[in-house]
Design a protein around this ligand. Structure first.
Ligand code: HEM
Length: 485
């Protein structure tokens, strides 16, 4: 094979890649050294803004295969027949730390799936937890500020973390989850994924259902203790990335079984929990898991920056048969993601290979903008309607309409009969074995005891007391013991 020639960005051959051009051997450098200028300038521009949350992540390609008939509930094409396979890209992530953090930390994990369906890309942007800390998107920036690095100290501060939770009793359920055994997954392969929100499915007859997604890991759940995680984070900050990359390179392809909980739309108004409250689960006894299919990851990306850092998931990328519920958090997210992508990656991020549809083509009148690579032919009009056989609307809504009532204004989410901020947190605690409870209490006490203000400690303790008397008593004793040390 002939030796490949190194070129400049414009394709000209490079004569010398070891020495800059200078005025004489020892003299200053020359402005005419295009290769040097271009190389330094490009290097300066290699980084783009990291994601404001979920900055650290790992991704892989694979497929989703339908194993069970769900056509009674949705007419989504990619779920329309048993055996149907759809290519997917999945990005896992941690949430709070910056790109330079470590993987083995106590933090939720992102579980974002892009299904490249024949009817467009469907993004299901979930976590490894079935619930979340808050139920109104207005609180999200405050919540995240409290969990990320403090603007003065430049590091995560227990004072801020627990101060936010002191003012967010609705977080007690998720805090219980996070501080428990599953709070530090051993790897991305050994955890479940959840859509977390309630979504809407619509069948071919136009009937609507509310749905929650559960991806159960087929590798088994494995978690780390706080001590194990601290050691691993120091030894290999990229432990999750290493594990996922190497498993797939070895051909040990991780997989998950997708189940859904399905609620007929008519049940929603009278269910004992508000089904659109992201801080609540639907007990399986009320809505059992129904199997849908299998998700397999079998290919690592060739280039982490191009395919993982530039991956853009948006909860408002729906396909026919699937749509949003009125969950206020989800509604907020329908705006936030594509807006973040336009800032982070630019308006044409959908043209990047990892984000572009793979099983269908884009055909619309969106044009131009920075870095537009879609060259439309000379006969393609950029307005609609037109007389030139351009693409036209279908007239078929993607999902069923949602019924609404009441007046505009700022409202708290409606409370159903069994809704409060603590009941489900208590249920989760009571489900735990004695050893799990001990570890949970120790983890909470380890964090809460570091808080400098007594009133913040008191407010948090009140939440655990409200969830379960034994839970509150044990956390309080453990915190007091550590604070007296
Ligand atoms: C109102 C609440 C929320 C807001 C405003 C919000 C906003 C954001 C933003 C701006 C990003 C960065 C996007 C990017 O730059 O590419 C992001 C990433 C992410 N969020 Fe949220 N988020 C919210 C709640 C949630 C919830 C409840 C979940 C899970 C159920 C979640 C899961 C994720 C995941 C997995 C990512 C990373 C996606 C990726 O891998 O690229 N977020 N979020």
């Amino acid at each position: 094979m002939p030796q490949r020639v190194l070129t400049t960005e414009s394709g000209a051959p490079v004569a010398d890649n070891q020495n800059s051009a200078s005025a004489g051997a020892g003299g200053p450098l020359l402005l005419q050294d295009q290769h040097l200028l271009e190389k330094l300038a490009r290097f300066n521009r290699e980084r783009i803004p990291e994601r404001v949350v979920h900055a650290r992540g790992s991704g892989a390609y694979g497929y989703f295969e339908v194993t069970d008939d769900v056509t009674g509930f949705t007419h989504a094409d990619f779920l329309s027949e048993v055996g149907r396979r759809t290519e997917v890209f999945l990005r896992f992530s941690t949430v709070a730390d910056s790109l330079g953090g470590a993987d083995a930390v106590r933090d939720p994990r992102g579980f974002a799936v892009k299904f490249y369906t024949a009817e467009g890309n469907y993004d299901l942007v979930g976590n490894n937890t079935p619930v979340f800390f808050i139920k109104d998107p207005l609180k999200f920036p405050d919540f995240i500020h409290s969990q990320k690095r403090d603007p003065f100290t430049g590091k995560q501060e227990p004072d801020n973390v627990w101060d936010f939770w002191a003012h967010a009793p609705e977080a007690t359920h998720q805090v219980t989850w996070l501080m428990g055994d599953r709070g530090i997954p051993a790897s991305y392969r050994h955890m479940n994924g959840y859509g977390s929100h309630t979504y809407q499915w619509t069948n071919a007859q136009g009937e609507a259902f509310f749905v929650k997604y559960h991806f159960k890991t087929n590798q088994g759940i494995r978690c780390l203790s706080g001590e194990q995680a601290a050691e691993l984070a120091g030894k290999d900050p990229n432990s999750h990335q290493t594990d996922l990359l190497q498993a797939i390179e070895r051909g040990v392809n991780p997989s998950w079984t997708l189940h859904v909980q399905i609620m007929p739309a008519a049940d929603a108004a009278t269910y004992r929990f508000n089904p659109f409250d992201l801080t609540k689960v639907w007990p399986h006894a009320d809505y059992p898991l129904q199997r849908v299919g299998r998700l397999v990851l079998d290919r690592n990306p060739d280039n982490v920056f191009a395919e993982v850092e530039q991956a853009a998931f948006s909860p408002n990328n729906f396909v026919p048969g699937i749509g949003p519920s009125p969950d206020k958090m989800l509604q907020g997210r329908l705006f936030a993601y594509a807006d973040a992508h336009r800032y982070r990656l630019g308006v044409n991020h959908t043209q990047l290979a990892v984000n572009a549809p793979k099983a269908t083509t884009v055909d619309n009148y969106g044009r131009d903008g920075l870095m537009a690579t879609n060259a439309y032919g000379r006969d393609r009009k950029n307005y609609e309607p037109n007389s030139y056989d351009g693409p036209t609307e279908t007239g078929r809504p993607l999902s069923a309409p949602l019924a609404v009532s009441g007046h505009t204004g700022t409202h708290e989410a409606p409370a159903h009969t069994k809704d409060d901020d603590f009941f489900q947190a208590g249920e989760l605690y009571r489900l735990m074995s004695e050893e799990e409870k001990e570890r949970l209490v120790a983890n909470i006490a380890g964090g809460l005891s570091q808080v400098s203000r007594e009133d913040v400690v008191e407010k948090n303790l009140a939440h655990f007391h409200a969830a379960d008397a034994d839970y509150g008593k044990r956390v309080e004793e453990a915190v007091r013991a550590l604070r007296e040390d």
